[in-house]
Structures are given as C-alpha cells and as structure tokens.
Design a protein around this ligand. Structure first.
Ligand SMILES: C[S@@+](CC[C@H](N)C(=O)[O-])C[C@H]1O[C@@H](n2cnc3c(N)ncnc32)[C@H](O)[C@@H]1O
Length: 222
C-alpha cells in the first residue's frame, strides 16, 4: 500500500517523523514524541495513577498509534482498559511501522498492533487494552459513539491547521462523552480551545508544556 489512504500522503522529516501533506503538520514532536506523549497525555490526565480496571481512554486523532503504545508501556501488569480513537485518514501499517522506528520502547511492543492493522482490523487486543479505532470524520463519528471516556487525549493537528478537530461543536461532544470526574489533556493552550472546554463543563487549567512549548491544557469535568 502507499500513502494514498492518508489522503494527500506524507513527507518524512529526518527519515522517521511523518509530516501530513494535507495538514502541513508533523504527527508528533520533532524533539521526542514519546516523552511528549507521557508529559501531555498521560501526566496531563493524571495517568498512570488513575488507572483502574475498565478505565476508558478516548482520543481524537489516532495517527501512528504512538499515544496508544505509550499508554500500554505505562500500564501496571494485569490491568484491563479500553482505548477508543477517532481517525479520518488512517495511515498504512507500513507508514506506522516506519514512524515507530524512532521510538524503540514503543516499537518493542507494537508487533500485535501492526499485525492487526496490516490485516485491516481496527478493533483488536493489545496487551491489556481493548482497542477500537473508529474510522471517519470525528465530527460525524463522535456524536454517534455510545461510550464515555474517563480520560481524553485531544491530539488533532494544530488548531490553526486542523480547526475542524477543535470546533466548539466537537469539543461539546467531547464533554458530553466524558464521565463525571473524567478528564482531558492536550498539548495546545489556544485560548478558544480552553474557553470552549470550560464552557462545555471542564475545570480547565493551563499547565507547563513539553520542551519548547510553554503551556498545555488539561481539565476535569464536574
Ligand atoms: C497529530 S496527529 C495524531 C497523532 C497521534 N495521536 C499519534 O500518536 O501518532 C492528528 C490526527 O488527526 C487526524 N484527523 C484530522 N482531522 C480529523 C477529523 N476531522 N476526524 C478524525 N481525525 C482527524 C489526522 O488524520 C491525524 O492522524
């Protein structure tokens, strides 16, 4: 397969960092994507400390699955959780495998995911995680989702380049699909994102960002 599924293809920075041509934005931090994921999405949601059996994570923007793999490597043994991600332009297994070569720790646990993905399966088990990737535009697929998340990873491309994944309507849907006491975290500190999530019912905090990014955002739903 080629990058056609992605709808516009990829460029590769330093050989391993995929950059979407459609959105003109990289899939993860050039500096260290895995460390950024741990800082922003895991710690921002109070993880791994909040993990318990049956915990539900949801994500806007599955991309390379790096956030999924970072979650897997941070889980205590024996834990069972669910991970639902929304993705409009799925990468191929070959593209994902190439991107993961930059992160040996994630690559080391990726084989069952890559095998399932290459076979066209978008629901599969990965260690203790029941994974479901819902393909389609999140503006249509999230409103139809029956689940509610204990923690959200909001990981669209930058709000300037991918505004549809940060619209008021979609962020309202994120809040509607969050358990009471559930949380979100995102790398962006864009004012309109924080204001919309606050209006949707989250107590929103600006927190120190990763690397060169001064701030990120996180919050808990009342
Ligand atoms: C920054 S990347 C996500 C990186 C990913 N979390 C990872 O671990 O590699 C943003 C993702 O959002 C997806 N996306 C953009 N617009 C979307 C939409 N309207 N609905 C669903 N997914 C969308 C892109 O295709 C891309 O995979």
């Amino acid at each position: 397969m080629t990058g056609d599924e992605q709808g516009g293809g990829l460029d590769w920075r330093e050989g391993v960092i995929p950059v979407s041509r459609r959105f003109d934005d990289p899939y993860f931090s050039i500096a260290n994507g895995l460390a950024e994921t741990r800082h922003v999405f895991l710690a921002g949601n109070g993880l791994p400390g909040r993990f318990c059996d049956g915990f539900q994570i949801a994500e806007l923007g599955f991309g390379t699955g790096l956030n999924l793999l970072a979650t897997l490597v941070s889980m205590p043994p024996g834990l069972r959780i669910s991970y639902t991600s929304f993705e409009a332009f799925p990468l191929t297994a070959e593209e994902i495998a190439r991107a993961l070569t930059a992160f040996p720790e994630a690559e080391a646990v990726a084989a069952p995911f890559l095998a399932a993905w290459a076979a066209g399966r978008r629901s599969f088990a990965l260690g203790g995680i029941a994974v479901e990737v819902i393909i389609g535009d999140a503006r249509a697929t999230l409103p139809a989702w029956q689940g509610r998340a204990d923690a959200w990873y909001l990981d669209g491309f930058s709000p300037a380049k991918n505004p549809e994944l940060w619209s008021d309507t979609l962020l309202d849907e994120v809040a509607r699909h969050t358990t009471p006491g559930g949380s979100f975290a995102t790398y962006t500190a864009a004012g309109h994102v924080r204001r919309t999530l606050a209006a949707a019912g989250f107590a929103v905090e600006r927190q120190p960002g990763f690397g060169t990014k001064r701030h990120m955002s996180a919050g808990v739903r009342a």
